[in-house]
Design a binder for this molecule. Structure first.
Ligand SMILES: NC(=O)c1ccc[n+]([C@@H]2O[C@H](COP(=O)([O-])OP(=O)(O)OC[C@H]3O[C@@H](n4cnc5c(N)ncnc54)[C@H](O)[C@@H]3O)[C@@H](O)[C@H]2O)c1
Length: 312
């Protein structure tokens, strides 16, 4: 099976690529390295450094003829989407339509898409279910929601499997804090640099899912080849203040946490049911938050020591 991953050099994409290469999938990656590097590309893949909006991406599809497309490349910052909705629309909706066109033209069998918990908006009924009414509150959420609809419509017209995975807050090694939910990475780097952590609010809750569990969810989705929308989440609500306490203790921090007022527009609670995904994709998150944080912290410490060694 040949799998083409857009955004495969990134935080989640590099873990997905690793998971698939380990199982002997033939993996091709397209990434413009806007928020990533080639550092985590696994051996044994074919890599094209290119923007997915570049018209020559079409010839990559024609030459490679992938069986499956995993579309992860995106503008991932909610804040940037509010500053520049047109760029967000081009990267996340218009470019997805192009990728769908190329995919349909070469007869792709399955199209897997990284959507987001943000499409649900501020619902009071928790945990969020895939069938809930959506109420996107940011342009990023709108562009992902629109992409979902394009994917479903293309899939019906061209008869391929469309698998939409709505990720909760993904964390783990290789994350950079430019993206959608880099709070774990922000805390790790702040604590490692011995600065004080600043938290706006603190009681707001999020659903944190470890990146290796997300990579397995993508692999299971490929194996099951099932159309539908699936939450990829821990189904556990964790307050940001409690996350910070746990990390400060784990990292033996001597710094302080400074609490500031909530920022306007911030979601107060978020947790996603993963029952459907467990049942229909046969997936189960295996990492507790404690185990996931230990691996994330160990990775950041390793990178920091490498950087210090290079400087010296
Ligand atoms: N991290 C999360 O918590 C989270 C939650 C929900 C959804 N998602 C989605 O998962 C996907 C992966 O996110 P991530 O956290 O790994 O972010 P990331 O920034 O690490 O990965 C995105 C990758 O896409 C590449 N890219 C961006 N625009 C591109 C373009 N126009 N052409 C080619 N490559 C491009 C980047 O260089 C990067 O390697 C995104 O679609 C994101 O919206 C992430």
């Amino acid at each position: 099976m040949k799998v083409l991953i857009t955004g495969g050099a990134g935080f989640i994409g590099s873990h997905v690529a690793e998971e698939l290469v380990a199982l002997n999938y033939n993996v091709v990656i397209i990434d413009n390295l806007a928020t990533s590097s080639t550092n985590y590309l696994p051996n044994g893949i074919r890599f094209y450094q290119m923007d997915i909006q570049d018209p020559s991406v079409e010839s990559i599809f024609k030459n490679e003829k992938p069986d499956i497309v995993i579309h992860l490349a995106a503008q991932t910052s909610v804040i940037n989407s509010m500053k520049d909705p047109y760029f967000d629309f081009q990267s996340n909706t218009a470019a997805t339509v192009k990728i769908l066109d190329y995919s349909s033209n070469v007869g792709v069998k399955q199209f897997l898409f990284a959507s987001t918990a943000a499409v649900y908006g501020d619902s009071k009924k928790l945990p969020l279910q895939e069938s809930d009414v959506l109420d996107p509150q940011s342009f990023y959420a709108v562009s992902k929601y629109a992409a979902e609809k394009y994917i479903q419509t293309y899939a019906k017209l061209h008869n391929f499997t469309s698998t939409i995975l709505r990720f909760a807050n993904v964390y783990g090694p290789r994350q950079n804090n430019s993206g959608e939910a880099g709070v774990v990475d922000i805390f790790v780097s702040t604590i490692l640099s011995e600065n004080d952590c600043v938290i706006y609010g603190g009681n707001q809750t999020r659903d944190f899912i470890y990146v290796k569990d997300v990579a397995v969810a993508c692999r299971k989705a490929v194996e099951k080849n099932k159309s539908g929308i699936f939450n990829v989440s821990s189904n556990i609500e964790l307050a940001i203040g409690d996350l910070n306490d746990t990390m400060m203790k784990k990292m033996l921090s001597r710094g302080k946490t400074v609490y500031k007022p909530y920022r306007t527009g911030e979601l107060l609670r978020s947790v996603l049911s993963n029952e459907k995904t467990k049942k229909e994709l046969g997936w189960l998150p295996l990492y507790t938050i404690s185990k996931g944080l230990d691996e994330t912290i160990a990775h950041s410490i390793q990178i920091k020591s490498k950087n210090i060694a290079v400087k010296n």
